[in-house]
Design a protein around this ligand. Structure first.
Ligand code: 13P
Length: 291
């Protein structure tokens, strides 16, 4: 059985100085493609859905497909709910069988963020089948229902980060360090590496307890990714890259075969494109052969 919580997968990654890709999917074809790429590279995997696809496809349906794929796959796989701002929906997804839950109360003040995150942590820990990710500071850009304007993005305060993880008991921590959701507007986005390293040392200096998460993976240059892994980054979230792969491959196939009506062939092209993109990420993250 290869179903795991994200925490278990990521403690190992942090200690081993590699990172694990956390890929946002919106349909079954994407989920299969992501799993197949990780099987081919024997890499651990975190599959993510944000709230809208989980409601559109149905959380129980997603969990059933996840379990079917994961149970026959000899690699560790977690299913993560991404950027959920609703405490009750977090609990419902944990009940349904997601194995990692992100409560995103990062737009609230510190006290309220701690209160909501702790409520989800307490619930999931009682359940015993899901770990929990929390965020402090805000990541700019759009991820599903969460929108943060560039001038509203706030970097994570390292001292508050310690207070946050101590008081919430959270399993994974996502500090805002200047990365952004969506496509970067510049080739050299302003990422605060020093802040990230300091947060890692403050939280995990005496031994790895709470793996760190990097949001806004799409478009991060290779040297940024490697540097962040060296500083303790264990989970890299990738969403926009997969959306582009899906839509570009679909568009290109239809453009070249406008008179054909065979959806299976489009699915095959989409799978191929996603497999290639995910393989590129596995290579950057150094997760091949770690499962
Ligand atoms: P990108 O869309 O920039 O890859 O970010 C994904 C993400 O951080 C999801 O939580």
């Amino acid at each position: 059985m290869s179903i795991q919580t994200a925490k278990d997968i990521l403690i190992e990654a942090t200690e081993g100085k590699y990172a694990v890709g956390a890929f946002n999917i919106t349909n079954l074809i994407q989920m299969e493609a992501v799993v197949e790429a990780h099987l081919d590279h024997r890499a651990p995997l975190i599959i993510q859905t944000s709230v809208t696809p989980s409601q559109f496809l149905g959380k129980e349906v997603l969990v059933a497909i996840f379990r079917t794929l994961a149970e026959s796959a000899p690699i560790p796989i977690a299913l993560h709910l991404d950027h959920c701002e609703d405490v009750n929906y977090c609990k419902q997804c944990a009940d349904a069988g997601y194995t990692n839950i992100m409560i995103d109360a990062s737009k609230q003040d510190l006290e309220e963020n701690i209160r909501q995150t702790k409520e989800v942590v307490d619930y999931c820990h009682r359940l015993g089948t899901a770990s929990v990710e929390g965020e402090l500071g805000t990541v700019s850009g759009v991820e599903d229902q969460v929108r943060v304007a560039e001038d509203e993005a706030l970097l994570c305060n390292p001292e508050q980060a310690v207070e946050f993880v101590e008081q919430t008991g959270v399993d994974l921590f996502a500090p805002a360090i200047g990365t952004a959701h969506g496509v970067y507007k510049t080739a050299n986005p302003k990422v605060d590496f020093e802040r990230f390293g300091k947060i890692f040392r403050l939280i995990n200096g005496q031994g790895v307890r709470i793996p760190l998460v990097v949001h806004g993976g799409t478009g991060l240059p290779l040297d940024y990714v490697r540097k962040l892994i060296g500083l303790g980054g264990a989970k890299f979230n990738v969403s926009t890259d997969l959306k582009h792969s899906l839509i570009d491959a679909t568009y290109e196939y239809i453009r070249q075969h406008r008179d054909e009506y065979n959806p299976g062939r489009i699915d095959k092209e989409v799978k191929k494109a996603i497999h290639a993109k995910v393989s590129y990420w596995i290579d950057m993250l150094g997760s091949a052969g770690k499962a």
